[in-house]
Design a protein around this ligand. Structure first.
Ligand code: NAD
Length: 350
């Protein structure tokens, strides 16, 4: 890793893919989950704020900052469900990790792939505490960009090896099945969501639509199921019928953000929810009975991105899988910024 003061390591999409493949996707997800869990266990040390969202007709652009007092991280991320029609991703992102002591960035990285990995890792960590013991079958409703990452995280952390896929666009399910071929899954593609959830102990909803959608209705959710609700993550964008929420024990990342963005935006502001970090820390109970319906109302919180940035920075050491970015002005004498410009003018005139 570089020690030059003016140079910031930059991880491009190409380098991120090489890093993930060098580590191995499942090992990457497992190690990243450990970083997420480590940071959730020191939850109280972090600056926390609901992400700063700029909403528009077709989507949202968000900034997600946090700090543990030593490191500062933020992610820029968008969510535009219509994008795939123009060949663009629904979700893209990049992020920065910085040194709180001097304010200098220490890492700039792509985070589109990293977001899919960290979202899946967080979902699987939550399910480790909430899903019924021995669960091996997961329904995935919405088989877009996030879906394979979700499947592999649940395999790596919980041993899920049977998938039941459904998407309104059958080609998305076929893509997901083809991408996961040979990776140890028994995969069934269903014609509708009702069939997909049949026999599944875990239901992941990860669809993209900018509306109050009803991907699951109450009659589709049997007792004892764990729901990993990933796609409802914006005001006016939900996936579950309200009755499911009323029947579930609801686990969230950061309540002030989830009340705005999550499935629970459909409920009164005082409806009880349980913070996931408290379950991990043994301060609150996770699954307490085999009949209980547990719901992880995932929206994605800044601390998960912070964990991902931290993990990537640690992994970069000795890999060389980054470029050195000339991002910070570094005059010989710190106060002589203008002099540096004059010297550059002279040098270019020669
Ligand atoms: P994507 O556009 O690549 O895939 C979404 C898929 O959902 C598409 O294949 C689409 O056909 C399908 N779909 C839409 N409506 C459906 C319906 N009614 N029934 C079944 N399938 C349906 O999007 P993506 O990148 O996979 O993201 C999926 C969702 O997850 C988005 O809403 C995104 O905002 C959200 N997300 C959440 C987090 C988090 O931390 N909670 C992180 C990343 C993405």
């Amino acid at each position: 890793m570089t020690e030059k003061l003016n140079v910031v390591p930059f991880v491009s999409v190409d380098h991120m893919m090489k890093l993930v493949l060098a580590v191995g996707v499942e090992r990457f997800l497992t190690e990243l989950s450990a970083y997420v869990e480590e940071d959730f266990l020191r939850w109280e040390q972090f600056d926390k704020t609901p992400r700063i969202a700029s909403h528009s007709h077709d989507g949202v652009i968000e900034l997600m900052p946090t700090s543990d007092g030593h490191l500062y991280g933020f992610k820029y991320v968008n969510g535009h469900p219509k994008n795939t029609r123009d060949g663009r991703q629904t979700v893209t992102a990049f992020g920065v990790l910085a040194d709180v002591g001097n304010g200098y960035p220490m890492l700039l990285t792509e985070m589109t792939i990293l977001t899919a990995l960290r979202t899946a890792a967080t979902s699987a960590v939550a399910a480790k505490y909430l899903a019924p013991k021995g669960a091996d079958t997961m329904a995935i409703i919405g088989n877009g960009a996030q879906s394979e990452f979700q499947a592999l995280a649940f395999k790596a952390l919980l041993g899920v090896n049977k998938l039941r896929l459904y998407d309104i666009d059958a080609s998305a399910s076929q893509k997901c099945q083809a991408n996961l071929a040979g990776m140890g899954f028994d995969i069934v593609i269903s014609d509708n969501a009702q069939d997909a959830v049949e026999g599944a102990q875990i239901i992941t909803t990860v669809t993209a639509d900018k509306q109050l959608a009803t991907i699951l209705t109450d009659n589709m959710v049997g007792t004892g199921v764990h729901i990993n609700a990933v796609g409802g993550d914006c005001p006016g964008k939900t996936e579950l019928h309200r009755d499911i929420l009323l029947r579930s024990d609801i686990f969230v990342e950061f309540p002030p953000q989830t009340r705005i963005e999550g499935e629970i935006q459909q409920l009164p502001a005082d409806h009880p929810v349980i913070e996931l970090w408290q379950v991990m820390a043994g301060k609150a109970q996770g699954r307490s009975s085999s009949a209980q319906v547990t719901l992880f109302d995932s929206v994605g919180f800044a601390i998960e991105d912070f964990s991902a940035l931290r993990y990537v920075r640690d992994k970069l050491i000795d890999t060389g899988l980054f470029e050195e970015l000339d991002l910070l002005a570094d005059p010989d004498e710190p106060r002589d910024l203008f002099g540096m410009l004059l010297r550059a003018a002279k040098a270019s005139a020669i």
